[in-house]
Design a protein around this ligand. Sequence first.
Ligand code: PMP
Length: 367
Amino acid sequence: MQKPYNFFSGPAVLPEEVLVQAADAIRNFAGTRLSILEISHRSKAFVAVMNEARSLVKKLLQLQQDKEVLFLQGGASQQFLMVPYNLLSPSQTAAYFDTGQWSHKAIAEAQNFGNVEVIASSKDANYAYIPKQWIVNEQLLRKTYAYVHFTTNNTIFGTQWSSNLVDTLLSQAQAPVVADMSSDIFSRQLDFDRMALIYAGAQKNMGPAGTTLVVINKGVLTKKDSFIPTVLNYAKQIEAESMLNTPSVYAVYVSLLTLKWIEAQGLGSIEKQNNEKAQLLYKTIDDSTVFSGTVAVEDRSQMNVCFKTADAETDAQFLAFAEANDLQGLAGYRTVGGFRASIYNAMPLAGVQKLVACMKQFESQYK
Ligand code: PMP
C-alpha cells in the first residue's frame, strides 16, 4: 500500500518504523505476550517505559539534574491553565507574548489567576510576524514578573521564534521563562536548560495525541497559601512521577519509540534535515509566480509552512490537485485559508520534494 504524504498539522506524521513497533506492541508488548493496551500502568514493563521516556527527554534536551519531566493529560490547552495555577498568585503579574491563537488562549486562561501584561503582540498584522520591539525595552528586565511566557512556534500562522531570538529572550528575561513548544519540540537545538518550564502536546513532533510533555525546574514552584487541585498540581505530579492517576499508557509508549528514533539520528542532524526541507519549500514559494508566502521572511516557521495563491478559487484548485497527487492535509487553518504544509521531523525530504514538484506542475498548467 502506497501511503500518501501527510502534511496535517497535528496529530501528524510519525516515522514508519515507529508505527510498525507501535502496531506490534498492540499484540505483544515487550515480550509480555500481553497488549500494551491491556497492561497495568503499575506493571514493571510500563514503569520502565515511563522511566526511559523521562530520561531520554533529559538527554535529548541536555537538561541538568534539577529538571523534572512529566507526561500529563489534558493537552497543551490544560497547560495554559496549569502554568498560572501553579506559578501565578493574584497579586502577581505574568508577562506574555501574543504571537498567535494559541498564545492568545494561554493569555485568556492566565487572566483568571492573576495580572497579565502582554509585552508584545503581532495581532495588528494577523500574527504574520514575531514582535521584536521588546529587545530594546527595559520591561523585560524587571524581576517582578512571576514568569515570561512565549510560544516558540505558531502552528496556525506559520511563524517561529528563530534560535537567535530565543537566545536573546533567554538572556534578557530576569523572570523564569515558560515556553509552549507544542509544535517544534525536538526539532532543533536550543538552550533548553535555561527555560524554567517547557510544555508540548505530543501529537506533532513526539507521538500521538493523548499525552503532554512538561519539563519543569522545581525551583519555580514557590506559590504558597493557595489551593491547587491535585491532578493540576505540578509538585504532586512530580512526587507521583506522572502517575497520580492512570497515565496515557499507549501515547507515552509511542512517544518513547519516537524519542528513540530522534536519539538514533541526533537532534543536530534532525535540525539540519528540517532546515533543508523548509529551505526547499520556501525557495519554491519565493521563485513562484502563483504561490506566495504569508508571513515575514525572517520569522518563517521550519515546521508549518504557510502560503497561498491570489484567490480562494485557485487555492481550491491546487488543493484538489495536491490531493489527487496523494498529498494530504495541506489546507490552511479554517480561519486563515490558503495552505499549510506541516513538515515535522517525520516528514521525509521526499515528501517535500513531491510537494514542490506538484506546485511546479500546477504552476506550469496554470499559466
Ligand atoms: N499550543 C500550540 C502551539 C499548538 O499548536 C496547539 C495545538 N495545535 C496547542 C497549544 C493546543 O494543544 P492541545 O490540542 O494539545 O490542547
